[in-house]
Design a protein around this ligand. Structure first.
Ligand SMILES: C[S@@+](CC[C@H](N)C(=O)[O-])C[C@H]1O[C@@H](n2cnc3c(N)ncnc32)[C@H](O)[C@@H]1O
Length: 288
């Protein structure tokens, strides 16, 4: 054996082979609907190796077995929390909120009886900026809020993101698109320079862990008027997108609306919805 080969073996780190990556990719896809393209290989490997180190497994095979069969499911959740991309900020794509408080909620209210609540579901909500933005937007720009009850439901698969959402503490990057007046009205400054959203708003949003690809999780969500599902379908393949469209359809009241992220579209994946082109934004409507 040459000296070079001995050296290589001495420095060898646990590695993820192509076959390991594919096994993991299929498993993760079945669990979450998220499909990792080959281009995500570095991102995935890095996180797998990190968890293998943290849990004391020196081969992918032993880690994978441990993670899959762990009764509590804790390790799988840790991996999900690590593998998801939580990028979000207040007032992201705010033209959709303008559309919400304009023509969309006008139409929703036309079909309501007095006393009926309006139900809005933000999935995925990540660290909470989206549902809190909806709440602020309604308080600022939707006068019927004085007489109509609004329920804001917010869900994500990532439990760490949800914990941060409930805590409601945000750094400068998250709040930089908020007008200063709204920042001082709805947030308390913290000594470390961050901002905490006021208690009334923290209590107004119901945060729960929901996997959009798991029917057992989504089944309780019914009689929804508006769904915000922005910047998630980009991580799904067409089959998971179609399944998501069916979840939205079942969850919505007739005439209810879905808003997607600016680079996402329902047209190619589902004919269940009518495309509504409002002046401010495009929304997808469940037929009445
Ligand atoms: C980029 S963030 C989008 C947040 C927000 N909607 C926005 O547009 O700013 C994507 C979120 O999708 C969540 N996610 C990924 N797969 C999911 C699934 N199967 N069910 C629910 N949430 C999921 C991730 O945890 C992450 O927080």
């Amino acid at each position: 054996m040459s000296a070079g080969a001995t050296e290589t073996r001495a420095c060898a780190q646990p590695a993820i082979s192509d076959a390991d990556f594919e096994r993991f990719r299929d498993f993760f896809y079945r669990k979450t609907g998220i499909y990792f393209e080959d281009s995500k290989r570095y991102f995935v490997d890095k996180r797998l190796l990190e968890r293998m180190r943290a849990t004391g497994h020196d081969s992918f095979r032993s880690y994978f077995t441990f993670m899959r069969f762990q009764a509590s499911g804790e390790e799988l959740q840790r991996l999900i929390d690590l593998m998801t991309v939580n990028e979000t900020y207040f007032f992201r794509e705010d033209y959709q909120f303008r559309c919400l408080v304009g023509p969309v909620l006008d139409e929703v209210l036309e079909r309501k009886r007095p006393g009926d609540p309006v139900r809005i579901w933000s999935i995925p909500c990540s660290t909470g900026e989206e549902p809190y933005s909806i709440a602020i937007w309604l308080l600022e720009h939707w006068p019927p809020i004085e007489r109509v009850d609004v329920e804001i439901l917010a869900s994500d698969i990532d439990t760490q993101a949800l914990a941060r959402a409930r805590e409601g503490v945000y750094g400068r990057r998250s709040v930089q698109r908020l007008p200063k007046a709204l920042l001082t009205k709805y947030f308390e400054p913290l000594p470390d320079g961050r901002w905490r959203i006021v208690r009334e708003l923290r209590e107004a949003v119901d945060f729960r862990r929901v996997n959009l690809s798991d029917p057992a999780d989504t089944r309780p969500y019914r009689r929804i008027d508006v769904i915000f599902c922005r910047n998630l379908l980009i991580y799904f393949d067409d089959a998971s997108r179609r399944q998501a469209a069916e979840v939205f359809y079942d969850a919505l009241n007739p005439g209810g609306f879905v808003f997607l992220g600016h680079s996402e579209s329902m047209s190619r994946i589902s004919s269940l919805f009518r495309v509504r082109r409002f002046e401010e934004a495009v929304a997808y409507q469940k037929p009445v």
